[in-house]
Design a protein around this ligand. Sequence first.
Ligand code: SF4
Ligand code: SF4
Ligand code: FES
Length: 243
Amino acid sequence: MKIKLDILRRKNQNEQPYHQIIEYEIQDENTTLAAALTDINSRSDIKDMEGKPVGKIRWECSCMQKKCGACAMVINSVPRLACDTKLSEFQKKGKVTVEPLRKFPVIADLAVDRSILFENLKTLKMWFEEETTVNEQSIETSYEASRCLQCGCCLEVCPNFCADTVFKGMAAIVPASRLIASLPDVQKKEFFKTYRKNMYEGCGKSLACRNICPAGINIEKLLVNSNAAAVWKIPPLRKKRRT
Ligand code: SF4
Ligand code: SF4
Ligand code: FES
């Protein structure tokens, strides 16, 4: 079964992007977009729909197992991981559009420079400065937040995030919630100030990012708990226990 990959390409960030269609024969129903891109790039003669020779497709990947977030891209208008996207999903239409994430500078084709995410974590001082203790609630929150891949998919759909805004988006709120859950007292005042300025105040609470996370993180719960602790100063929501 053949599918048309309609890829938004450009050699570098100074070049105007253009769509290029490459036809691909899907191996089986589990073939992912990441597998297809790897397979196409392994060929010595990549050709577009008209049979014209084209260059290798630039994109990023590492784990191929939904663990690193490197392969995040916009697939049929939805930010997703290429290694978690089966091409058989688009079988009926016979075509899928593949574009780079739009909130980051494009390096080439589907590869973007997401270094701003890691710069933000450094600027916001996302680390413990003192020893701290954990409890059942903070372990639960830490585990949930630690699953963040820093893929940037949540930022793609966020109406309030741009690379140069004071608001750092859900990709910062999630790791911040891990910190807030077990912050030592000496760090609380300063970090809560940062949280309010760079995370709480800019977030419109629209929760457009709620269902987009490829790691399936419970974003809403982390956001509510962090706001409760850092802004409203009320105890966090606890997991309901069965009696
Ligand atoms: S809740 Fe809305 S404004 Fe806040 S991070 Fe998510 S998408 Fe952005
Ligand atoms: S919260 Fe989810 S969507 Fe956002 S960066 Fe982390 S893993 Fe990606
Ligand atoms: S390659 Fe690591 S998440 Fe897709």
